[in-house]
Design a protein around this ligand. Structure first.
Ligand SMILES: [Zn+2]
Length: 299
C-alpha cells in the first residue's frame, strides 16, 4: 500500500505538471533564452535555428515542422530575418501560429528599428534586410522590450501563471539593467570608434555602445564578399586606421583574415546568438562576451 501511495504521489507530482507545460517554439536560440528567463518552470522552450549557422538561411527539417505543430506559442523576429519561417508555419498547418494569429509573437513589434529604407526595394539583388535592419536583439535595451512582449503574451495564453511571468520579467530586467550600466561605463573609452563588419548585423549593438559600423565585407546583406569590395575595404581600413573586423563565428574567414593582415587590423569573432560560442550560455553572457571582445581590440 505504501509503495502504491508512493507511486501515486510520484505519478501526480512528476507526470501531470509535465503534461501541463506550455510549449514555446522560437526561431532563434536567443529568443528561446528570453522565453526561458520569463517563462520559468511552467514553460518548455525549444528553438529551430542552430546558432552555429546564418539565421537568414536555415532549412527547417521535418522534425521542426512537428515541433511547430505541437507549439502553444511560436516566437520569431518578424521582418525578413527568417524568411524560412513562412513555409515552416504553413507546413505545420495551424492558423493561430500564422502572422496575426493568437499564438504567434513577432518580437519586432515595439522596437525602434534602424536602417528602414525610405524607398521600396526589391529582393532581386539578394538583399535580406528590406524592411529595416532585423538584428535588433543585440541592443540590450531592446531585450527589455522583447522580454516584456513575451511576458504579456504568456500571460494572455496562461493567465494562471501571470504573477510568475511578471516576477520573472522583473528579475531579468533588474539583472540586465545592472549589466547595462556596467557595459555603458566600460564603453565610454571607445565612443565613436569605427569597426568594419562581415554582415550588417551590428547596428543595434553599435548604437548601444556608441561605436560605428559603416562598411561590410558583404557588398549587400546576404551577398558574399567580392574581390572589388575587399579591395575597397583594404584601402578604407588603412586610411582610417580601423582596428577591428567583426564577424559571426559561422562566416568563413577566408576573406577577412587576409584582408585584416594586409590592412593591419584584427578579426574579432562575436556572437549573434546565444550558444554560438560556449561563453554565450545565455542572453546576458552573450552581450557581455561581445562587449569584452570588442573593447579588448579597440582600446
Ligand atoms: Zn542580416
Amino acid at each position: 500500500m505504501k509503495r502504491f501511495i508512493l507511486f501515486l504521489s510520484f505519478f501526480f507530482s512528476g507526470i501531470l505538471p509535465a503534461q501541463a507545460q506550455l510549449k514555446v517554439v522560437t526561431t532563434l536560440s536567443t529568443f528561446a533564452d528570453l522565453a526561458k528567463q520569463v517563462g520559468g518552470g511552467p514553460v518548455e522552450v525549444s528553438y529551430i535555428a542552430s546558432p552555429k549557422f546564418d539565421p537568414h538561411f536555415i532549412e527547417p527539417k521535418p522534425s521542426d515542422v512537428l515541433k511547430v505543430k505541437r507549439a502553444d506559442l511560436f516566437i520569431h523576429a518578424g521582418l525578413d530575418l527568417e524568411l524560412w519561417r513562412y513555409p515552416l508555419v504553413d507546413a505545420a498547418g495551424k492558423s493561430e501560429l500564422r502572422p496575426g494569429g493568437s499564438r504567434e509573437l513577432d518580437l519586432s513589434r515595439g522596437i525602434g528599428l534602424l536602417q528602414v529604407p525610405t524607398q521600396a526595394l526589391t529582393r532581386a539583388s539578394g538583399d535580406v534586410h528590406l524592411y529595416g535592419n532585423p538584428h535588433y536583439w543585440l541592443n540590450p535595451e531592446n531585450a527589455k522590450i522583447m522580454a516584456r512582449s513575451i511576458a504579456e503574451k504568456l500571460s494572455q495564453i496562461d493567465p494562471d501563471h501571470e504573477a510568475d511571468y511578471q516576477k520573472n520579467l522583473q528579475e531579468f530586467v533588474d539583472r540586465l539593467d545592472q549589466k547595462i550600466s556596467e557595459w555603458r561605463k566600460i564603453a565610454e573609452s571607445v565612443q565613436n570608434t569605427e569597426v568594419v563588419a562581415y554582415h550588417n548585423s551590428w547596428p543595434y549593438l553599435a548604437q548601444f555602445l556608441g561605436i560605428r559600423v559603416e562598411q561590410f565585407l558583404e557588398p549587400k546583406p546576404g551577398i558574399p564578399p567580392t574581390p572589388k569590395q575587399i579591395g575597397f575595404l583594404e584601402n578604407y581600413i588603412q586610411k582610417r586606421g580601423i582596428q577591428g573586423i567583426i564577424q559571426e563565428t559561422f562566416y568563413p574567414k577566408s576573406a577577412s583574415e587576409p584582408l585584416a593582415k594586409r590592412a593591419g587590423a584584427q578579426v574579432v569573432p562575436l556572437c549573434q546568438n546565444v550558444g554560438e560560442l560556449p561563453q554565450a550560455i545565455d542572453y546576458i553572457s552573450m552581450i557581455g562576451y561581445n562587449v569584452d571582445q570588442l573593447l579588448t581590440v579597440l582600446r
